[in-house]
Design a protein around this ligand. Structure first.
Ligand SMILES: *Cc1c(COP(=O)(O)O)cnc(C)c1O
Length: 433
């Protein structure tokens, strides 16, 4: 166990526990409500970073080892996770009327989503706990990242998926050798079956809501935004994140806050949470102070944020409140438009990841985000994760006869210049030597 951990706090009632307690639910609030959060000794972390500064460390998320709930010997530098690039899209910022628009592209993680941050830490922790098997229920990316890291670790992995998972994610799971159980039911039913199996068989439960270790992995997204912000003009005014269960936005906020408390950044950004129209229970809680009585299952193309019953809503709601945050909802058209627009600027995002950009556009339109603002939008998953949606966003190729006239006719209306002009037979390359 890490010497930097001081204990646990229940996010529902505030009761605290010593670090020696098993990291499960609060005894007073029970397994559904009593989700706990891990507390760190930040003075000790600050001291460790003075002795061994961050700038001398490897460029992956294990660089923040003191802030991870793992023993030093469980750190897996060989699993290259995190330190994903921040891309400054000046043209797009101009188009949207923003001072700056940055993307942090977490689609470039080993299994192509932000979830690798959590799963890598979860599998390292499962190894540390000497677990026999690891399991989760997921709409997709939590599962694929778990399967990938379990395969690296050589640990059996059981995945409970609802029927609706996109094919590329399912393919990833099967190739990584996970035992994939397609549950004939909703995500909620798959989730409950997984929990029951973990309890009964003693498996390690990689579920972000109930297992606080996973949120600490997601936290590294926020730690990185803070550290990388020094290279792109300081802390952004807004960080935009799509919200399903809420662990991602909660984790990113925790990371930003810790970097602020550690003196690594001098201020905090505001959060823009983005949910899908029709599946926005976190937005409902922010407005009404409680979860909706009626199930919100309107459906969305963004499968990764299609979570009608969030388990971790308290952490997400607390984060959004503390961050003076705003939650916006976007529909499938806005998400597909954002996918396409992001793509035109070099960002290939799956629908749930493009939803963050769609939220930025919506918030800019109503002036919640102003023209003077600098915005960072999290790209939580790669476009390769959902090719069906990508084709819907991208449109069709141009079909032509194999002759130059047809080519020129097809390209001219698209603004490709010079297709009518006369050049050397090898085009511009003729003049290139
Ligand atoms: C999981 C996921 C999210 C949302 O994370 P939550 O912790 O469920 O809020 C957003 N985008 C992608 C691509 C995801 O896989």
């Amino acid at each position: 166990m890490s010497r930097f951990i001081t204990g646990l706090t229940c996010v529902a009632c505030g009761r605290t526990y010593g670090a020696d307690k098993p990291w499960i639910a609060c005894e007073d609030c029970g397994p559904d409500e009593g989700i706990v959060d891990i507390n760190f000794d930040l003075d000790a972390v600050r001291h460790a970073w003075q002795e061994n500064p961050l700038h001398g460390r490897a460029l992956n998320h294990w660089r923040y080892r003191e802030l991870l709930p793992l023993a030093e010997s469980s750190i897996r530098e060989d699993w290259q996770v995190g330190w994903t690039p921040v891309i400054d899209t000046q043209r797009l910022a101009g188009e949207l009327g923003l001072k700056q628009l940055l993307f942090k592209d977490d689609g470039r993680n080993p299994t192509a989503s932000f979830k690798d941050r959590a799963s890598s830490v979860g599998v390292a922790h499962a190894l540390q706990c000497k677990a026999s098997t690891i399991a989760c229920a997921s709409t997709g990316n939590a599962a694929t990242s778990l399967a990938g890291h379990a395969a690296l670790a050589g640990m059996p992995c059981v995945i409970f998926v609802p029927r609706t998972a996109p094919q590329p994610k399912l393919a990833q799971l099967l190739v990584y050798g996970a035992h994939v159980v397609a549950v004939q039911g909703s995500y909620d039913e798959a989730y409950n079956l997984c929990s029951a199996a973990c309890t009964k068989f003693g498996w390690y439960n990689r579920n972000c809501a109930i297992n606080p270790v996973l949120v600490e992995g997601k936290k590294t997204g926020g730690l990185e935004i803070a550290e990388q912000s020094h290279s792109f003009g300081g802390v952004p005014d807004w960080v935009a994140v799509s919200v399903g269960d809420g662990c991602t936005v909660a984790g990113i906020w925790k990371g930003l806050k810790q970097m602020h408390q550690l003196g690594q950044i001098d201020r905090l950004p505001r959060l823009l949470g983005v949910q899908a129209d029709g599946v926005a229970p976190i937005g409902y809680v922010l407005e009404h102070g409680k979860l909706p009585d009626k199930l919100q299952d309107g459906g969305t193309i963004a499968d990764s944020i299609n979570v009608p019953v969030p388990r971790n809503w308290r952490k997400a709601v607390n984060a959004l409140k503390e961050a003076d945050g705003v939650l916006v909802c976007v529909d499938d058209h806005q998400i597909l438009d954002a996918m396409k627009l992001g793509g035109r600027h070099g960002i290939y995002a799956e629908p749930a990841a493009a939803a963050a950009l769609a939220g930025v556009m919506a918030a800019r339109e109503v002036d919640v985000i102003s023209a003077n603002d600098r915005v960072l939008s999290m790209v939580t998953g790669s476009g390769l994760k959902d090719t069906k949606a990508a084709i819907q966003a991208g449109g069709k190729p141009i079909s032509i006869k194999p002759d130059m006239d047809s080519l020129a006719n097809a390209l001219e209306p698209r603004g490709i210049r010079g297709v009518r002009g006369v050049r050397g037979v090898r085009g511009v390359l003729d003049g290139a030597n």
